[in-house]
Design a protein around this ligand. Sequence first.
Ligand code: RB5
Length: 142
Amino acid sequence: MKIAIASDHAGFEMKTFIIDYLKQKNFEVLDLGTNSETSVNYPDYGHKMAANILAHKADLGILICGTGIGISIAANRHKGIRAAVLYSDEVAEMTKRHNNANVIVFGGRTMARSDIIKRIEIFLNTPFEGGRHQERIELLDK
Ligand code: RB5
């Protein structure tokens, strides 16, 4: 499975930590930046992630900004993107079961490393339920 990852400066340190975890678990990682803590604009990275997911360059995207909010708003401007901030373990599960998110989002300044890893694992290990939920996610793009 190939996972694309991007952040702004506020998520850079957490991005580095998540990349180390993903590589340890043998995921293929596509790092879309940013590459330092120098201030950048989070919409650029949300848009870049959306373009890569829509072009099938990765199976899943992970985005990080300070809160997870700004960068998720940017990604969700793109038809076909379902970016969700995983703000609890229960949400990590339901976001996969019902929404089949193609981008998961975290707050580098608002979430603990251990919670982020736990939520990535929950999301990856939960199945999408399909059926009426497939119909609903199709309605998002109509
Ligand atoms: C950057 O300071 C911060 O505004 C950004 O990372 C994010 O939290 C925006 O939603």
